[in-house]
Write a protein that binds this ligand. Structure first.
Ligand code: GLU
Length: 265
């Protein structure tokens, strides 16, 4: 690995970036956010960075095709919606990427795959080849065989594991909220946390509940756990709003920065 980047200002020089976007940011009324997201990823690639997108949204994208108005509560129907929606989600990304002549690859993984040496090295080899071919891997959990991210985190943990797999030098976690706050941001006295040193356990930070009306399953708690996991394996993490993706990849001073553990020499 090259020297990991250590600050927001260095983000435009990152060699390899994992960007994670959640269901509510790119489905339903927000499906139009795919276009500016793709613009920002294309800009980062034009600067010379390799980009991997971890995108949720299969269940949310599939819901209208199963004539569902709300997220199903049973796991089997969630899996069915994901199987339908994944196809459409990749189609929407590819349609937008066509504007830049970028080819997308669908990569479906499970945490278990990444914890076992044979599937892990298979996935690693495929990812390296895709990046070498200048293809944009779009990763989601393989919801037919695994349901961890459906239940707990909207791919936050998967994004950290993918960052570890590809030795990313940045994980950009996009969220409905523009940063981590000392308490849920709608509560009085909530302050933005701009920098989280590696040794900071964030004791005293209060995480709110995930909005009941939402289509995703992630919240501040799952984002912090994922950020800590990535940081412990040497990848710094920037948590920022989905609408700020272009500015975040451009090195703007926003969001919350989680410092990575110092590399062993
Ligand atoms: N893999 C699921 C999806 O893409 C994950 C997340 C969720 O919505 O809970 O929909």
């Amino acid at each position: 690995m090259t020297r990991p980047i250590v600050s927001r200002a260095e983000v435009p020089t990152a060699r390899r970036i994992v960007v994670k976007v959640g269901s509510s940011s790119i489905s339903g009324a927000n499906a139009g956010q795919i276009r500016p997201l793709v613009d920002a990823l294309a800009e980062a690639r034009a600067r010379g960075s390799e980009v991997i997108l971890v995108s949720s949204g299969a269940i949310a994208t599939g819901m209208p095709y199963l004539k569902l108005d709300a997220r199903p509560s049973d796991l089997a129907t969630q899996q069915a919606a994901a199987a339908v929606g994944q196809n459409l989600l990749i189609y929407r990304y590819q349609e937008s990427l066509d504007r830049y002549d970028i080819v997308a690859a669908q990569v479906l993984l499970t945490a278990g795959d990444l914890e076992n040496s044979t599937p892990r090295s298979n996935a690693q080899r495929a990812m390296e080849r895709l990046l070498g071919l200048r293809i944009l891997p779009i990763v989601n959990e393989n919801d037919t065989v695994a349901t961890h991210e459906i239940r707990f985190g909207d791919n936050d943990r998967l994004a950290a594991l993918v960052s570890q797999l590809v030795r990313a030098d940045l994980l950009l976690l996009l969220s409905d909220v523009d940063a981590l706050y000392t308490r849920p941001p709608d509560q009085p006295g909530a302050r933005r946390i701009t920098h989280v040193p590696f040794t900071d356990d964030l004791a005293g930070v209060e995480f709110g509940d995930i909005g009941a009306a939402g289509v995703g399953t992630g919240g501040a708690g799952t984002k912090v756990a994922a950020a800590k996991l990535a940081a412990a394996s040497g990848t710094p993490v920037l948590l920022a709003a989905t609408g700020d993706v272009s500015a975040a990849l451009g090195g703007a001073d926003l969001g919350t920065w989680f410092e990575a553990v110092a590399p062993a020499d």
